[in-house]
Design a protein around this ligand. Structure first.
Ligand SMILES: *Cc1c(COP(=O)(O)O)cnc(C)c1O
Ligand code: SF4
Length: 455
């Protein structure tokens, strides 16, 4: 049973006992004692889904974040454990039938791969459009979509302390190597950056780069501090370790060394930003998380938070209002509210765009201005990050007002555009231009970019 304090207490005086990291994957589902509470059918359903979508959960999440008296409704249970509705009925039935027939591992893999191929494993043209080159050679593990910011996927950071059931990077966790952004050497990355003075931000992402030992992380971060890279002003690290494994920052063997490394980056005059991924305020309640935040802040690094809006997990305004308020209280800046991407288990988590906007608005209007800093609801789509600004009626036509927060062409940014109102639409590609126009203003140019990339 989880007890949720009403206020976030500082935990400065408290000693924390180190915890050994223990993780369960799809093969060990039946070894999780807490699941014994569920009936056999529910456990079988989980097994079916876990053979198609990634599953990995650690003991801390099981013990400290899930309220087992509220399962299956519990948001963190939904966030980490497979649910039947994540597959469509046909896909579910096929895998269930196979599993009942004592299949070989090879048969399971073959069907799993077939079913995964139907789940749009490559959203937003990531593989064809954003791959940068040095001397004509493609750089693996690097994505450069928007001028200012380069994404880097260090190869040792391509797992997470637990997997989120909705993850848009799910495909790389189920062994499909063609989907993995296995990383370039730090040397290749810095060579690319040296040739690109327009880049101000490097974002280390994954998976979760914080699964790396400090010694590995140091290799990458120190490379970014080298002479010739003074134009890199900000280093961001995308992570969910703050709430999936806060011990990383407090009691793990190399936690202190990690904080010294953060200080080095800050001392170089750059901003170090931990881009934390927090889906529900419950994740922030354990005292160890609050200690982790305090320790990170003491290094001069800052914390921002982002998360998608998800059915079954956080699809109401009160949850977001509390999430943003609790973040601000701890010193974490709310940054983005995302729309769940068009991949993987989207069918289970999707929320209509109009509903997303209502939730955003409802949450924002109930919190202090300092907690109103998250932009959204934002779709990370092929052409860019598109925000739903609202619904309006213009000359009798009901429309969505949209804008690019980021665009593949910077000239698209902050230009309002309009789509016909559609109460069911959940993603950009389901929207039609308003006012009888044939296409959105950016479409001819975006099409040309795709054609050029295809050769
Ligand atoms: C969101 C995103 C970024 C960072 O954009 P900011 O608005 O600067 O946070 C960079 N690259 C890609 C591919 C992204 O999706
Ligand atoms: S922590 Fe991030 S990358 Fe890892 S599974 Fe969750 S959403 Fe995906």
């Amino acid at each position: 049973m989880i007890t949720t304090p009403n206020t976030l207490k500082t935990s400065a005086a408290r000693q924390f006992v180190p915890r050994k990291f223990r993780v369960f994957t799809d093969r060990q589902l039946d070894q999780i004692p807490a699941l014994a509470r569920l009936d056999a059918d529910a456990r079988f359903d989980m097994q079916v889904v876990a053979n198609v979508l990634p599953f990995r959960v650690n003991q801390y999440v099981i013990d400290e974040l899930i309220d087992w008296d509220d399962v299956p409704r519990d948001p963190i249970f939904q966030l980490t454990f497979p649910q039947r509705g994540m597959l469509d009925e046909d896909a579910f039935a096929r895998m269930a039938e196979l599993l009942r027939a004592s299949p070989s591992a090879q048969q399971i893999r073959a069907l799993a791969n077939e079913l995964r191929a139907d789940l749009n494993p490559h959203p937003a043209g990531q593989q064809t459009l954003n791959v940068p080159r040095v001397d004509g050679e493609e750089l693996s593990g690097v994505q450069h979509k928007y001028d200012e910011t380069v994404l880097f996927f260090p190869s040792q950071g391509q797992v997470c302390h637990s997997y989120c059931t909705f993850c848009f990077r799910w495909a790389q966790f189920v062994g499909d190597k063609t989907l993995r952004f296995a990383a370039a050497e730090a040397g290749e990355l810095t060579r690319y950056l040296a040739e690109h003075p327009e880049v101000t931000d490097v974002l280390l992402t994954g998976g979760d780069p914080m699964v790396m030992k400090t010694s590995n992380l140091k290799t990458y971060l120190e490379a970014l501090l080298a002479p010739g890279l003074e134009h890199i002003r900000t280093i961001r690290i995308g992570t969910k370790a703050l709430t999936y494994w806060p011990y990383r920052f407090v009691t793990d063997d190399d936690a202190d060394e990690l904080l010294r490394l953060f200080e080095r980056v800050v001392d170089s005059g750059r901003q170090l930003a931990l881009m934390t991924h927090i889906n529900h305020w419950r994740e922030l309640t354990p005292p160890i998380v609050q200690r982790a935040v305090a320790r990170i802040r003491a290094t001069g690094a800052i914390l921002r938070a982002q998360a998608p809006l998800l059915a079954h997990i956080n699809d109401d305004a009160e949850t977001w209002a509390r999430l943003w308020s609790d973040e601000v209280k701890l010193g974490i800046y709310p940054y983005y509210m995302f729309v769940e991407r068009d991949t993987g288990a989207k069918r289970y988590f999707e929320v209509p765009l109009v509903r997303a906007w209502e939730i955003y608005r409802g949450a924002l209007s109930g919190v202090s201005g300092l907690a109103r800093t998250a932009r959204g609801p934002s779709m990370s789509a092929g052409p860019g990050k598109v925000e739903v600004q609202g619904v309006a009626t213009v000359h009798g036509e009901e429309v969505f007002v949209l804008r690019f927060i980021q665009g593949r062409n910077p000239a698209w940014v902050q230009r309002p555009f309009f789509a016909r109102f559609d109460p069911q639409a959940t993603w950009l590609d389901e929207l039609e231009p308003a006012f009888g126009e044939r296409e959105f203003f950016f479409e001819p140019e975006y099409r040309a970019m795709l054609e050029q990339a295809a050769g």
